[in-house]
Design a binder for this molecule. Structure first.
Ligand SMILES: Nc1ncnc2c1ncn2[C@@H]1O[C@H](COP(=O)(O)OP(=O)(O)OP(=O)(O)O)[C@@H](O)[C@H]1O
Ligand SMILES: [Mg+2]
Length: 364
């Protein structure tokens, strides 16, 4: 296990017509000994490039990378003691599972008994002892994935790098492998850097999550901090499903609060006292679907709502998920999603009031 530090790391590619593509820009980050760091972000944001630079498969154009106290900028991949698991598994089709797993050790001239012992240990850990003599095309996707992990595992590297390893698996298998990899991390205590664009995977697996966009680091924090205290609108809308509700306040006209309810107007009825809207203030209010509550219009009078955001709108669409229901509400220019329990009988077209406690609101 090792600590990995990136300081102002940048990577540029040459795009079409010799234009410069910034793949990663000034990335500064420290990944601790034994940490499970999840790297998330939309397609093209620089996740794979970041991993490849750490692995040494890609030269860096600026900054430095350290593993523990050693600067590795100029070290060959084989001298960095990292192992990478790719999205497409990259197994050799003409080699058996056993040969695939042991190849890296053979090339490094490990003695045979040592190789046998490591393969045995890894295959027990991954539950693939019975598959060692099969060829890759005789395996299911999940089994191939385990073999790819096994190949990394036997190397006992200081750092494991995973690039979207589960994206070719079906939903059920992904959840299974997610648990297995988390368990593996717990057993090994190795430093792992795990790329995904699946935010649910990020939330459940990471000790910390780093969110990237357009080659830049947006936020790095434990999952719940990222969920509850996103530093900007990008993080707020990228993490969470459905995403956080974001209301642009510069387009808000607040209706006469004295005439609640029964007013015909739709939109934001009341903002909590602390929110001041000036002419040119482009504030954005955010809240998660589960932080809002729906009231039927005439319920409002019975609630004390001086410390709440109140929004009036009509139900546009209902999205039942089983345990809960996502209620899509249109309120003036704002589209808002509220998570409610299924028993409530909401109907499309119904007029409702959304109530959000002041302390749940975020401002951007
Ligand atoms: N060899 C290359 N030549 C030119 N541009 C490249 C090259 N490799 C990557 N890029 C560009 O660098 C940026 C980052 O790419 P990268 O592969 O790191 O994204 P990613 O976050 O892994 O995306 P995905 O989720 O789709 O895998 C993208 O704009 C991509 O088009
Ligand atoms: Mg990628």
């Amino acid at each position: 296990m090792a600590k990995v530090s990136l300081q102002n790391v940048s990577k540029f590619y040459t795009g079409s017509k010799k234009s410069k593509v910034t793949a990663v820009s000034n990335l500064t980050l420290e990944i601790n000994h034994g940490e499970f760091m999840v790297l998330v972000g939309p397609s093209g944001c620089g996740k794979t490039t970041t991993l490849r630079m750490i692995a040494g498969l890609e030269e860096i154009d600026g900054g430095s990378i350290h593993m523990d106290d050693t600067k590795v900028n100029d070290l060959e991949p084989k001298d960095r003691d990292v192992a990478m698991v790719f999205q497409n598994y990259a197994l050799y089709p003409h080699m058996s599972v056993l040969e695939n797993i042991s190849l890296g050790l053979k090339l490094r001239k490990f003695p045979k008994p040592e190789i046998a012992q490591r393969v045995e240990e890894a295959s027990v850990m991954l539950g693939i002892q019975d598959l060692l003599n099969r060829m890759p095309d005789q395996l299911s996707g999940g089994q191939r994935q385990r073999v790819a992990v096994g190949r990394a595992l036997v190397r006992r590297p200081k750092v494991f790098l995973f690039d979207e390893p589960l994206s070719n698996l079906d939903a059920r298998m992904r959840i299974q492998m997610r648990m297995e990899l988390t368990e593996l991390h717990r057993k090994l205590g190795s430093t792992m850097i795990y790329v995904t664009h699946d935010q649910a995977e990020a939330m459940t697996m990471g000790d910390r999550i780093m969110v990237m966009n357009n080659g830049s680091l947006q936020q790095v924090a434990p999952p719940l901090t990222i969920y509850r205290k996103p530093v900007n609108q990008f993080v707020a809308s990228f993490i969470g499903s459905p995403p956080m509700n974001l209301l642009k306040l510069h387009s808000v006209k607040i209706t006469d609060q004295a005439h609640l309810p029964g007013t015909d107007s739709v939109g934001i009825l009341r903002l909590p006292g602390e929110v001041v809207i000036g002419e040119n203030v482009h504030h954005v209010i955010g809240f998660r679907p589960e932080q809002g509550h729906l009231l039927e219009e005439d319920e409002l009078l019975t609630h004390d709502s001086s410390k709440t955001l109140l929004i009036k709108g009509s139900i546009q669409w209902l999205e039942p998920t089983g345990a809960d229901i996502f209620v899509h509400v249109l309120a003036g220019p704002h589209k808002i999603i509220i998570r409610e329990t299924s028993e409530m009988q909401w109907k499309v077209g119904q007029q409702v009031i959304i109530k959000v406690p002041e302390e749940e609101l975020l401002f951007f």
